[in-house]
Unconditional design. Structure first.
Length: 167
């Protein structure tokens, strides 16, 4: 009897419907890279482990470049960024859901000027805060700040806005 009860509880906890709020999303981001602010489009997939804890994967691609403040003829751009994060959702069933994230990001940026081109890749521990505002049962507006990379050679912070879709 105990075995049957334990099996029933475990299978209920691990069923696909127990955490059916997995999601995909897209965000438009302004990336503060040293003194430039190129833009990016980032895509994410979140898999709920519990109601509050999510594992999230992200991929970001540069959209536009920006001039470095100290050189008018040098353009900086984000080539790509990707990472894996643990997300803690404070109020996952609420219409306003505050969350924090911690994870790992790898990013590549390039700078081009008259007669030269350089690129730099770095990876680092990342952290951030954001919130979702529920627009329907399956759609939410998202706003987020994240420190992705903080190294001597490269610093990258993002402010982003986007949409997530639960399924």
């Amino acid at each position: 009897m105990k075995f049957k009860l334990s099996t029933l509880i475990l299978s209920s906890a691990l069923s696909a419907s127990a955490f059916a709020d997995d999601y995909v999303g897209a965000n438009y981001a302004i990336v503060d890279v040293d003194s430039a602010k190129p833009t990016a489009l980032s895509f994410k997939y979140g898999k709920h482990i519990t109601n509050n804890i999510v594992v999230e994967g992200r991929l970001g691609l540069g959209l536009s470049d920006d001039e470095l403040d100290f050189f008018t003829d040098v353009k900086a751009e984000l080539d790509n960024m990707y990472g894996v994060y643990g997300v803690y959702r404070f109020m996952p069933k609420s219409s306003f859901d505050l969350y924090g994230l911690v994870g790992f990001t790898k990013g590549k940026v390039s700078a081009k000027g008259s007669g030269f081109s350089v690129s730099e890749s770095e990876s680092d521990l990342s952290y951030g805060l954001g919130f979702d505002i529920k627009m329907s049962d399956s759609t939410a507006f998202n706003l987020e700040w994240a420190r992705l990379i903080d190294k001597d050679d490269l610093e990258a912070t993002t402010i982003s806005a986007g949409v997530t879709f639960k399924f």
